[in-house]
Design a protein around this ligand. Structure first.
Ligand SMILES: Nc1ncnc2c1ncn2[C@@H]1O[C@H](COP(=O)(O)OP(=O)(O)OP(=O)(O)O)[C@@H](O)[C@H]1O
Ligand SMILES: [Mg+2]
Length: 257
């Protein structure tokens, strides 16, 4: 059974892409067949996977518009040892062009059905917006991973997201669940971070991953070398945290079965 997870939070810079790249590499290291889908015109997940976004003949953009089969735009992240559906700036136009197209919210879902059986995990890196691209991500996913920084406005942003999830359940994807909330860039010495973290656990209980991603410079440096932290510096705190997250996800899944 393929597990399809969208990594989403409409707030920018909370660690969505860092989570996409490093979790994909960690699941691959655990011998799970993994696909990462870049659904952001910024193309950060593409670059972070070691794939030059400017040299691509085709991306997820052509897939969403029905101009290419998804299998034909798929590339390999050699550094991450997972497959990638890349994106670049072309995708910025998709928002407008999709409006004219039938079943515009489920273009990605329909495309993924063609290749889903090749994978144990498909991770979708969503852009920082509640737009039609994100809706495609939410419609295609079975569940959501929500990275968040434990700061003052984090919980407020979360209630917007919970509203969106309710709408998507109503219209497009009744079974959509929250897989987990992930505390990112965490500094345990920061009192506010501790308080927000405690509130998060109070509200969402076991939905909050026990694994916490610390603020770690290697996680920020690795993308400029086009590799996950696991490859860049295996024993960094950041790489180890994402390996632990993959372990926690796999254990949870095993406990459910
Ligand atoms: N745990 C961490 N420690 C240190 N730096 C981090 C960590 N996680 C992410 N960063 C850095 O913070 C910045 C934002 O992270 P990232 O790009 O993953 O967020 P994002 O949610 O995908 O952003 P966007 O909303 O723009 O897509 C990046 O420069 C990244 O390298
Ligand atoms: Mg991003």
């Amino acid at each position: 059974m393929t597990r399809i997870l969208a990594i989403t939070n409409q707030k920018g810079g909370v660690g969505k892409t860092t989570t996409g790249v490093n979790l994909a590499a960690s699941l691959a290291a655990a011998r799970r067949r993994t696909l990462l889908v870049d659904l952001d015109p910024q193309g950060n997940a593409t670059m972070g996977s070691g794939v030059e976004k400017r040299n691509l003949a085709a991306t997820v953009y052509q897939v969403l518009l029905g101009e290419k089969r998804i299998a034909d735009v798929r590339v390999r992240s050699e550094q991450g040892e997972y497959d990638l559906i890349p994106a670049n700036r072309d995708l910025a136009g998709a928002e407008v062009e999709l409006v004219e197209i039938e079943r515009r919210e489920t273009r990605l879902k329909d495309a993924l059905e063609e290749i889903a059986s090749d994978y144990d995990f498909i991770l979708i890196d969503c852009p920082p917006a509640l737009n039609l691209l994100t809706v495609n991500g939410l419609a295609a996913a079975q569940a959501l991973i929500i990275p968040m920084q434990c700061e003052y406005y984090a919980l407020e942003g979360l209630s917007d997201l919970v509203q969106t999830i309710k709408q998507v359940r109503g219209h497009l994807n009744p079974a959509l669940e929250i897989e987990g909330l992930l505390r990112t860039m965490y500094d345990p010495r920061n009192t506010l971070a501790q308080q927000v973290s405690a509130q998060l656990v109070e509200h969402f209980g076991a939905k909050v991953y026990r694994t916490v991603i610390p603020r770690n410079i290697r996680l920020a440096e690795a993308p400029s070398h086009g590799m996950p932290a696991l490859k860049f510096e295996r024993h960094s705190k950041g790489a180890e945290a994402y390996l632990a997250l993959a372990g926690e996800m796999l254990n949870r899944a095993a406990a459910v079965q």
